[in-house]
Design a binder for this molecule. Structure first.
Ligand SMILES: *[C@@H]1O[C@H](CO)[C@@H](O)[C@H](O)[C@H]1NC(C)=O
Ligand SMILES: *[C@@H]1O[C@H](CO)[C@@H](O)[C@H](O)[C@H]1NC(C)=O
Ligand SMILES: *[C@@H]1O[C@H](CO)[C@@H](O)[C@H](O)[C@H]1NC(C)=O
Length: 208
């Protein structure tokens, strides 16, 4: 094809479009890099997990375990999700972050619902389970069933953190959180639990 004025015009239009595409791609890259730092902030409201005997007819024994997992999205731009979550409760003699088999090493584990948090919103997620004796690591079923409290426990959460970068694009990565120094046991309205501060969960290193 000979080089006519028209042809050059077309070529430069294409070049301009290419440049525009690169600019858009670069902007998206910057956006993606910017959102990588965004993560849901989790805390345990009141720094406590209540665990009281469930009123069940004997010989059935179960605990009513409840906690308020507060999720905050610090981003003004992106929606955040925490999906496929498993929660593990560890006692102070077992390091929550070092455990390679948390299902085995923890006292209790369960899978709560997915969490979705809109831009700059805070959502309270009430997690409630009713574990029976055989699903609580010894000796904690008896301890909690008898109304005792256990201090210095840690909740570990493993899940997938999703950043909705655009309405067509989700970015997913595994993320773990550790919520330490929790008081576990008793009823939610007990005096001992009432005036405690929220426990901020730390995001795990190395896993994300
Ligand atoms: C959900 O979590 C489980 C256990 O942590 C894992 O085996 C599974 O692959 C996860 N599923 C997805 C879709 O990420
Ligand atoms: C809890 O109470 C039961 C019945 O009173 C008792 O047999 C058991 O030893 C107690 N367990 C603990 C850990 O206090
Ligand atoms: C991103 O993931 C969330 C949670 O799974 C889902 O509801 C949403 O539709 C996804 N968005 C896109 C663009 O895939």
């Amino acid at each position: 094809m000979t080089s006519t004025a028209d042809g050059d015009g077309e070529k430069s239009t294409f070049r301009w479009l290419d440049a525009a595409r690169y600019a858009v791609a670069a902007a998206v890259t910057v956006l993606i890099m910017a959102v990588i730092v965004n993560a849901i902030k989790l805390s345990i409201a009141g720094g406590a997990v209540s665990a009281a005997p469930l009123k069940t007819p004997p010989p059935e024994e179960a605990l009513a375990v409840e906690l308020n997992l507060r999720a905050h999205n610090p981003s003004g731009r992106v929606r955040l999700y925490y999906l496929n979550i498993t929660v593990y409760l560890f006692d102070k003699s077992t390091p929550a972050s070092a455990s390679l088999d948390p299902g085995f090493d923890s006292v209790i584990n369960f899978e709560p619902h997915d969490i979705a948090v809109l831009q700059q919103e805070t959502v309270d997620n009430l997690l409630a389970i009713k574990p029976k004796r055989n699903s609580v690591g010894a000796p904690y079923f008896d301890v909690l069933y008898n109304g005792s409290r256990v201090s210095d426990m840690t909740l570990r959460l493993d899940g997938n953190l999703i950043t909705e970068v655009t309405s067509e694009f989700n970015k997913s990565r595994p993320a773990s959180y550790y919520c330490e120094q929790l008081l576990v046991g008793g009823n939610p309205d007990d005096e001992a639990i009432k005036d405690r501060q929220d426990v901020i969960c730390k995001q795990g290193r190395g896993l994300n």
